[in-house]
Design a protein around this ligand. Sequence first.
Ligand SMILES: Cc1cc2nc3c(=O)[nH]c(=O)nc-3n(C[C@H](O)[C@H](O)[C@H](O)COP(=O)(O)OP(=O)(O)OC[C@H]3O[C@@H](n4cnc5c(N)ncnc54)[C@H](O)[C@@H]3O)c2cc1C
Length: 438
Amino acid sequence: MSTEMALREGALRCNLLVSSRHFYKFISCIGVRSVSDKVSSKTVTSGDPETAGDHLIYTQEHFALKESLRKIIDQEINPHVDQWEAERKFPAHKIFKILGSAGFLGVSKPVEYGGLGLDFSYSVAVAEELGNIRCGGIPMAIGVQSDMATPALARFGSAELKKEFLLPSIMGDKVACLGVSEVGAGSDVSSIKTKAVREGDEYVINGGKMWTTSGTQADWICLLANTSDGPPHRNKSLFCLPMNLPGVHVARKIDKLGMWSSDTAELFFDDVRVPCKNIIGQEGMGFTYQMLQFQEERLWAVANILTMMDNIIQETIQYTRQRKIFKQSVLYHQSVHFRLAELQTEVELLRSLLYRATALYIKGNDVTRLASMAKLKGGRLAREVGDSCLQFWGGMGFTSDVLVSRFYRDSRLISIGAGADEVMLGIICKYMDTLPKK
Ligand SMILES: Cc1cc2nc3c(=O)[nH]c(=O)nc-3n(C[C@H](O)[C@H](O)[C@H](O)COP(=O)(O)OP(=O)(O)OC[C@H]3O[C@@H](n4cnc5c(N)ncnc54)[C@H](O)[C@@H]3O)c2cc1C
């Protein structure tokens, strides 16, 4: 597709979004206000202050976007979640096409490549809304597609690469995955072993990746590999690698504790030849690009888990209110009531940190520290919400019939990643000077 066609299609999709999903006055009519406009604008108070004009970072356009997405979630995703959880896989191509056609896979990506060209606060709004999907696996895979495997490509990739990989990923025609972690390197990204050795106009790639989300159905992988023997933070490069190249092997689909509807793969690369033009940005900058890419991943993950925690707390309040023990609702036993109030308070505190980090990020600030802190806290809080709420559901919580048991399993993953955020807080200060300035 030519750039002009992509532009036209992007604009068309915006207009379709406006008309078909009541996304009124969006881009085509009044334009989209930035968060900085929002922060400085006079506040309007009527009804719920957070939805009627007084929200810290969201405008009415953000809420309209969320509402449009909610309809897709309710109609196209949630009715099938139980089946996909049981099958241990959801149909990524089908769901991404639906989301891509409506513009949700490239909200903050350039219009030139099919995105909506909005600032990252809109991606945060989308991530929050995706938290209404009744499992963790599908939102995670959507997040990998929209905000984890593609930010570096969108920012540093050549026009040719963006046309080949970014545009179809935003449109939902290609499924993307992210290959950073390996059997011997997860939190410590710098110690990956996969190698890409230059031979003429090609790189020859050998190694393997572990725990790759969507790895069994992806069309391409954003792959981190060592391209020299230099210092570990300056010897890596990111590649766009088609998954159908000779030598790319899906070794196995990994069985997991949670996130069941998302497939997770172990991959091997055996003398995979990829053209040099498939490198994203500059050779040797892969670690830095990946660290930048992690910023959006962290903010996205926090926004997503916030809604899930909200939903779990609300469902727990409803269940414990009607469940009577010793002649009164479980909810009105003081320790239960206090604990739920405390958890909801912590959720709100985390939300404030997320919005603060987002507001700073879209103004061009480096928010590595705040984003890492938010994700660290998000992981721990999700685990606490899962633990406490599961307990309050009694035997019912131990069954597969209720969302709380799924959340209990799925939310463990955020905590696993959180260790890496502690590491980040330490190492980022050390390597801050290698990050490109805005
Ligand atoms: C379902 C699932 C999907 C995933 N999807 C992807 C994907 O799409 N792409 C990808 O590249 N990776 C993916 N991963 C991998 C994930 O990013 C890693 O598992 C994570 O970074 C942790 O790395 P590790 O498993 O090697 O743990 P390790 O690095 O071995 O760490 C072990 C434990 O130590 C803790 N820890 C780490 N550092 C410290 C510290 N300094 N102090 C104290 N504790 C610490 C961690 O919390 C962790 O629990 C996925 C993993 C899972 C389970």
